[in-house]
Write a protein that binds this ligand. Structure first.
Ligand code: ADP
Ligand code: MG
Length: 238
């Protein structure tokens, strides 16, 4: 690995590691003693964000350079940008951190997205997936997606802002997914479902199907209870 590639890799790994409990499973980490990772960890957050962005620049498709970019999140799954474009509405661009083979990874992401849409319909934000082949000067093949930017608050922290019919649809869709696929949507992160000023709900993260295990219900139990409560039901999982 060249110095440049190694640097990119360390920034990626450190950024993911800083934000995600599961990052360790998804990354073969560089040597534990990496001074670079230790240094990145010690940086103040704005500096770290800038580094992540600088590191990412060459990896992003051209459209990402046509407006102002702000990083909304950098979890283990994706670096998430808001793009304030001069001629279109603001949109979100997610550059996925690859989990092995990019093509296989993307097929599985698209299949999961379709499953979410089948069960939860319009609550799932319309998403366009893309791959940019590796160019001469870019470090790697880039994969990601584009979505409209949803100005909203985390639903699970503000459930009272949602219209009851919307929570009802979320309840029914979740129950339908469980029934058809034996799995739940990923409601572990409070920010995955947003509520706008009019009380409408938007699920922006279709990253994974969560099998019904104790770990899943443990991690999302509070949020599943909230959905039931605000839908006017006793509970979501019997
Ligand atoms: N379309 C969107 N509009 C507004 N905010 C978004 C959008 N997509 C993602 N976000 C914000 O960025 C965060 C991270 O995005 P997400 O897709 O959940 O990535 P991850 O897989 O890393 O959790 C979300 O939890 C949400 O707060
Ligand atoms: Mg998320």
């Amino acid at each position: 690995m060249s110095y440049r590639e190694n640097l990119s890799y360390c920034i990626e790994a450190a950024a993911a590691e800083l934000h995600a409990r599961t990052a360790a499973d998804q990354y073969a980490r560089p040597e534990k003693t990496s001074k670079l990772i230790a240094l990145l960890r010690s940086l103040p957050s704005p500096v770290r964000l800038k580094l992540v962005e600088l590191n990412d620049q060459k990896n992003l498709p051209a459209i990402a350079s046509q407006g102002d970019r702000t990083i909304l999140g950098y979890g283990c799954e994706a670096v998430v940008y808001k793009i304030d474009h001069p001629t279109t509405d603001p949109f979100v661009l997610k550059r996925y951190r690859s989990r092995g083979n990019v093509e296989t990874d993307m097929s599985s992401r698209m299949a999961t997205y379709v499953t979410y849409r089948q069960s939860l319909g319009d609550i799932i934000v319309p998403t366009v997936f893309f791959q940019v082949p590796k160019q001469q000067k870019t470090p790697a093949l880039t994969a990601g997606c584009i979505q409209p930017y949803i100005p909203g608050k985390p639903f699970f922290l503000n459930p009272e802002l949602a219209l009851q019919e919307e929570v009802r649809a979320l309840y029914d869709g979740t129950a339908a997914m469980l029934e058809t696929h034996g799995a739940l949507p990923d409601f572990a992160n409070d920010n995955n479902v947003l509520v706008d000023d009019e009380g409408r709900l938007y699920d922006v993260d279709t990253g994974g199907l969560k099998p019904l295990t104790n770990a899943t219900t443990g991690a999302m139990g509070r949020n599943l209870d909230l959905i039931a409560e605000y839908a006017g039901e006793r509970q979501l999982i019997c």
